[in-house]
Design a protein around this ligand. Sequence first.
Ligand code: HGY
Ligand code: MN
Ligand code: MN
Ligand code: MN
Length: 371
Amino acid sequence: MNQLGLAVREDAVGNIFGSWEGSEAGLGAVGTGSHVDAIPFSGKYDGVLGVLGALEAISLLKRSGFQPKRSLEVIMFTSEEPTRFGISCLGSRLMAGIEELAQSLRKVVDNQNVSFLDAAESAGYKMDPKDLQSVFLKKDSYSAFIELHIEQGPILEKEGIPIGIVTAIAAPASTTVEFEGNGGHAGAVLMPARNDAGLAAAELALAVEKHVLESGSIDTVGTVGILQLHPGAINSIPSKSHLEIDVRDIDEKRRNDVIEKIRRSATEISKNRGVVLSEFKIVNQDPPALSDQSVVEAMEFAAKQLNLEYKKMISRAYHDSLFMARVSPMGMIFIPCYKGYSHKPEEYASPEDMTNGVKVLALTMAKLSLE
Ligand code: HGY
Ligand code: MN
Ligand code: MN
Ligand code: MN
């Protein structure tokens, strides 16, 4: 950002902004950006493309002699992927002004009992709890926000289309569940005497799949991505189990119905197996987001100008854009990725596809900057 001559600033939680001041800097800026953090054993394009690609788009506009009217801003968001403190997209959720999150971050601890405030301080972000509210964006800070991202699905590659224009982002939700039983010796406790918390978790994991499939829509998806057993020894009956369940859909009500069925199954399983359902917590249950028509039109204009075929599509993964949509007109540009792979090391996007994405982003921003 410094090398490009952008004015760099950082907020209390480490969202980083690089601004190219326009001739009418008092107007809402045109923002773009994404994240560079990642889940364990992930790829290197998810998020990173939207940050480095944004810088390249700015560089391209500077090299071509463009003069922005509205300022252009690149944002690198804090903590999109990690859920160390229970919730993803920490930076963008705070920017969107979610008051309950600002309140909960004052006291939340991770599974090692380290508080968010202490963790932030050791990462160089010492703050007073009330600084969390300072991250909230002021009204009309952005007239548009556009995120460039790999598709994370197979459609563009399969159909040989270089650009995806996102019209909506599916609605994610996550839940944590815990069962507790008596545990005991794996040899000495006979089967009729057991209440195995691990088996309760296994049964619930299968119930998640069943309820998701029962929705009857291909758009409903559910995953048990974390399943932990305590004490985690081969010769000990699990006395505690912990599941984290991710459910998504483009239809919010249908997704919520699935979560309700999972809740009922958890209660039923705990009764049948004589274990205690010690937690059923909905961590987040976000609504979907629609792209803004004016941003979609600008992206279509850019793709047409560049002679690039495009397809309108839904984002099934979520992004910082899901939360930016609450405070700014939003749009997203997708590019193909190898076999649709994402959240695994084989993730790949070709230089040619990335170049196309950067060009569409640059032209979209230029157009929106002059409006
Ligand atoms: O999980 C998601 O959709 C995003 O990659 N954080
Ligand atoms: Mn991701
Ligand atoms: Mn991402
Ligand atoms: Mn022993």
